[in-house]
Design a protein around this ligand. Structure first.
Ligand code: ADP
Ligand code: MG
Length: 269
């Protein structure tokens, strides 16, 4: 894999005080099952937040609530200081402004465990699709940007390949290029390396590290404690839909206070 890009330019200018995304006292249930029980998280611009916790603790749900892919029943979701406007209450609560939903969703680009590339489109078409159809951007500009992002993640030579012709690590890097091509305010990763063999995992970790060094705002759900330690400014340990412990990675991993977190960390090594 070619060397990725240099990191002398922080992405998006100086760190500001208004978080890109902030969640306050969020409650989310699937029917009677309470999955999030009063969660607060905040992703300041240029910061990397990792979410860790056992399977079923609510990590994916929390990530999906951030960009309004899931409804929630109580609590606030604030994008760059702009609170989501709701209509209805409890299980009937929905965002009321479709343009606000679109703005938030296109600004919080998601990268999934299973890549979710469109099988019937080439890699280049995959990266160009949403900027063209959702953002209605100029085709020549989008193509130039898409090629640039594919270069950046080290697969500039795969533009005309089909997803099935790529390794898992290459497909995930294409999915990251696709997310970047939306020029989002933040990237949301849901277990980006979990579907990969260990030798392919590292090429994706390397891209995520480079994005962190570039100053991208990211929320990363991961089972990879080494990556969480190396890339994060802040780590959040979720247990049964509540934050059990959180802090800077050196403190959280080096001196975990809660017995649950200690047990979780023992189980991951
Ligand atoms: P994690 O990502 O930490 O493994 P999830 O957020 O996926 O956890 O799931 C949290 C809980 O919510 C689990 O008990 C899971 O079974 C449940 N859950 C997730 N998605 C749905 C759904 N669409 N319908 C019903 N229950 C769900
Ligand atoms: Mg999950």
């Amino acid at each position: 894999m070619p060397e990725i890009w240099t990191t002398d330019q922080p992405f998006g200018g100086p760190v500001t005080d208004t978080p890109v995304i902030e969640i306050r006292n969020l409650h989310k249930a699937y029917g009677p099952l309470e999955v999030l029980r009063g969660v607060d998280i905040s992703a300041p611009k240029g910061h990397v937040i990792s979410l860790i916790g056992s399977s079923g603790s609510g990590k994916s749900t929390l990530l999906r609530c951030c960009n309004l892919l899931e409804d929630s029943q109580q609590g606030e979701i604030v994008f760059k200081g702009e609170p989501v406007i709701w209509k209805g209450e409890g299980h009937n609560r929905r965002p009321s402004d479709a343009r606000q939903v679109l703005r938030i969703r296109t600004n919080l680009s998601m990268v999934f465990q299973q890549f979710n590339l469109w099988a019937h489109m080439t890699i280049l078409q995959n990266v160009m699709e949403a900027p063209l159809t959702v953002l209605k951007r100029d085709r020549a500009e989008v193509e130039a940007a898409a090629r640039g992002y594919l270069d950046k993640v080290g697969i500039g030579d795969k533009c005309d390949a089909w997803p099935a012709q790529l390794s898992g690590g290459q497909q995930q890097r294409a999915a990251i290029a696709r997310a970047l091509c939306m020029e989002p305010e933040a990237l949301l990763f849901d277990e980006p390396t979990s579907a990969l063999d260990p030798e392919l995992e590292q090429e994706v970790v390397k891209v995520i590290k480079a994005l962190a060094e570039e100053g991208r705002t990211m929320i990363i759900v991961t089972h990879d404690m080494k990556m969480a330690h190396d890339v994060s400014d802040h780590v959040v340990f979720l247990h049964q839909g509540q934050i059990e412990e959180q802090g800077p990675p050196d403190v959280l991993f080096g001196a975990p206070k809660s017995e649950r977190l200690q047990g979780f960390l023992r189980s991951t090594v």
